[in-house]
Write a protein of this length. Structure first.
Length: 767
């Protein structure tokens, strides 16, 4: 299950990826170690070799087999010639197109010849705005004249719609097409030509299924896309891999932009020269720096508002990276529309994303494919009529669509959109708000959607310097394939190839990699925490005289709970059973050290079942029992602390117990004390929420989207927990401002937290 989950969105992974996944889903260090051991011993795990940064990369046998099936199907199709189009049919299609005023460039003509030759596989790589759809329109006429049925497909509904609009090829989503195949309908035949647009966004597994089906029935497939634009959401870079393996044609002459310098800038974006492209727009006064992101957002909306008033007939879109920013920009744009008197009466309705106000004149975006309405996820339009029950929208294609909101509520304001929604889009003018989560692929898409003008805005709080802006927007996050690496004997387990157990490598990960991640998350949670009357703990002593190999003898366990004590002091307490309190402290210290040693030993030699040797597991059970007798729940609290900071296991096993004693007390307090003190529970909730919020902002600004997503998930879980804790929710009602809530919407606190901070949607929180 772990390997399937890890490879859902990436074909290859590192040891760090394994450790992060195991930590995220484990309940205690024991389970973490078992998961790590199970992953390491899984027969499906394959080591591939070193990546460009010198890290070992891994994949799974299933992923390799999927890629092999993909390449076998592609090889078979590329080797067959049964779909030739005669010169007569091709020339007739060209003449028909020329009558409408469209003359193909030499590159487009070469691409046309490539896709209409006899081979079963065609690959076209085209920069953004190079006229790929126009070329495909000519190809459609050629294929139809030769007696072939032409179908189109794309990953998203809006991309399929753009393909159909631009080329005339009847198109649908790949998911819809596969669904029909699963029911035995609309299967491909040897007389079919399937054109897949935006093929760079299609994951390896999905493209393999399509090509395998096409290869079996003898259909032709033409893949069209740009591997430098947005990457596949699912694992792999199949389109790029097939292009490298089988070749194809490239269209590099940009036609979308009307000015030569802008077309040059798009070519720079396509070839990774992001800084050069930004410099070109900057020289034309189209790059705008503000003191903060809020100021940049305000400047962007001000420029957008002036632009729409000066050029009302022009099409335009605001683009940014995250849904949160889209929502803020939509709100600001609507306020300008309202102030100008361009909106009708407000109508308040509940839609999929929450409560919204709509009015006649509002620009909206459809968020779900709906064949009965003829709309796709990403279709844009303007509201003609709206009530609490229904809405009528005129789409940008000129169709009037009416629907009941109880049947279709997947709609939102459409002044702004995410960059992912924009791939394949063409408008006259774009306004882009840059944020730290962007990379070279998103920059390429965002900065190349326009015909006439593009304005880029950013805040100095996100990018202190222009160089920082360029570095962030130039980051290469291209996905890889398992076949990009030289495999190291996939039939053997990689640990065996090195003469060591995978468990030894895992211990290294636990001690070297995971603590660094956990320290960042915990921060100063334990700073200054003392039990009543407890003195400041001593610093770690490291190796001390009288200790063989750095380990403490039984009874020489450092400071005992509740007070600082030297090793000799602890030993004297152990030798003085007349003092019951001292004897109990000594017994607890001994139990703590014994338990840590047993746990440390068991994790060093875990077997394929995720267990240590029978002797080690027996000792661990005995150590837990002994700990339980002198301190109920003690071993559970200690193991919870070890999950937060795995370095403490080795310290405690060596008899240096100062830090684990404090951590153990904290875990005990979390488990028991907070339940007994509701006010303290509320304080802790607010403290943790604020800490997570600050962390999420730091991660977002640093471009750490993986960490940002993890932190936001933790916030979502906190919000959802209030649904099951009415006492705590009631106590927090008076602390909304501390939680970042500044309005009273009437929602429950759990829903308001999710709504105000943009977390929790899709997780069962009613908003």
């Amino acid at each position: 299950m772990a390997l399937d989950a890890i490879t859902h969105q990436q074909s290859t992974f590192t040891r760090r990826d394994i450790a992060k996944f195991a930590h995220r889903h484990s309940d205690g260090i024991g389970q973490f170690d078992q998961v790590m051991g199970a992953i390491g011993n899984a027969p499906d795990l394959i080591e591939l070799g070193k990546d460009g940064r010198g890290e070992d990369r891994f994949t799974t046998r299933k992923m390799i087999e999927t890629e092999q099936r993909l390449h076998r199907a592609a090889d078979r199709m590329a080797g067959e010639e049964r779909h030739a189009v005669s010169d007569r049919h091709r020339e007739a299609a060209l003449a028909r197109t020329a009558q409408r005023g469209l003359v193909l460039s030499s590159e487009q003509a070469e691409a046309l010849a490539h896709v209409t030759d006899g081979r079963g596989l065609g690959v076209v790589v085209g920069f953004a705005g190079t006229g790929k759809s126009a070329m495909l329109g000519v190809a459609r006429h050629s294929w139809a004249a030769a007696g072939y049925e032409v179908r189109g497909a794309a990953l998203s509904g809006i991309a399929a719609e753009n393909l159909e609009t631009g080329s005339g090829i009847s198109s649908r989503t790949i998911a819809s097409m596969e669904h029909s195949w699963g029911q035995g309908r609309d299967l491909l035949t040897a007389r079919d030509v399937l054109v897949i647009d935006e093929a760079g966004m299609v994951g390896t597994r999905q493209l393999e299924r399509v090509l395998s089906h096409a290869a079996v029935v003898g259909a032709k497939v033409v893949l069209v896309g740009d591997p430098q634009q947005l990457q596949a959401i699912e694992a792999g870079a199949a389109f790029r891999s097939l292009h490298e393996r089988h070749g194809g044609v490239e269209i590099g002459q940009v036609r979308r932009q009307r000015e030569d310098w802008q077309r040059d800038a798009t070519r720079d974006l396509a070839t990774g020269r992001i800084g050069t492209a930004i410099g070109a727009y900057e020289a034309q006064g189209m790059v705008h720096q503000a003191a903060t992101r809020d100021d940049a957002r305000e400047d962007l909306v001000e420029r957008w508002d002036r632009d729409r008033k000066a050029q009302p007939e022009a099409s335009r879109i605001i683009l940014t990276h995250t849904n949160d920013e889209v929502r803020a920009l939509n709100k600001a744009a609507r306020e300008r529309m309202r102030a100008a008197g361009d909106l009708g009466d407000e109508v308040h309705v509940d839609v999929e994303r929450g409560a919204r106000s709509f009015a006649r004149g509002d620009r909206v975006m459809f968020l779900r494919n709906e064949r009965s309405l003829g709309v796709k996820n990403g279709t844009l339009g303007v509201i003609e009529e709206v009530s609490t029950q229904s809405m009528t929208v005129r789409t940008d294609e000129g169709r009037s669509v009416r629907f009941d909101l109880k049947d279709y509520a997947q709609i939102d304001h459409g002044y702004a959109a995410t960059i992912h929604k924009a791939q394949g889009m063409t408008v006259d003018r774009t306004h882009v708000l840059a944020t730290p989560g962007m990379d070279a692929h998103g920059s390429y898409v965002a900065l190349s959607r326009h015909r006439d003008r593009m304005d880029l805005h950013y805040g100095s709080d996100d990018f202190a310097t222009r160089d920082r802006l360029v570095r962030t927007l130039s980051r290469d996050r291209a996905k890889d394939m398992a076949s990009d690496y030289d495999q190291m004997d996939p039939a053997q387990h990689y640990a065996e190839r090195r003469g060591i157990t995978f468990r030894q490598r895992v211990v290294e990960i636990v001690r070297r990699v995971v603590p660094e991640q956990l320290r960042d998350r915990i921060g100063g949670l334990m700073d200054g925490l003392r039990a009543p009357g407890e003195a400041e703990p001593a610093q770690d002593r490291g190796h001390q005289p009288g200790r063989e190999d750095g380990r403490a003898r039984d009874g020489d366990a450092g400071a005992a709970p509740g007070r600082e004590a030297s090793a000799r002091g602890a030993q004297r307490e152990a030798d003085a059973p007349a003092d019951p309190e001292a004897a109990l402290r000594s017994a607890r210290t001994k139990a703590l050290v014994r338990h840590a040693r047993a746990l440390d030993a068991a994790t060093r030699s875990v077997n394929a079942d995720g267990q240590g040797t029978p002797e080690q597991m027996r000792e661990l059970r005995d150590a837990r029992d002994a700990f339980e007798r002198v301190r109920p729940h003690g071993w559970r609290d200690a193991e919870a602390a070890y999950v937060r900071n795995p370095e403490l296991v080795r310290e405690a096993a060596a008899g240096r117990v100062n830090r684990i004693v404090l951590a153990l007390q904290l875990e005990t307090e979390i488990r028991t004390g907070l339940q007994a003190d509701p006010i303290r529970r509320a304080d802790r909730f607010v403290e943790r929420w604020q800490k997570l919020y600050r962390s999420s902002q730091d991660q977002y600004q640093a471009g750490d989207m993986s960490g940002y997503t993890s932190t936001r998930t933790a916030m979502s879980n906190m919000a959802k927990s209030l649904e099951r804790d009415p006492q705590l929710e009631s106590l927090l009602e008076n602390r909304k401002r501390d939680l970042g809530i500044h309005t009273d919407s009437g929602r429950s606190l759990a829903a308001e937290l999710a709504f105000s901070h943009g977390v929790g949607r899709g997780r069962g929180i009613g908003i």
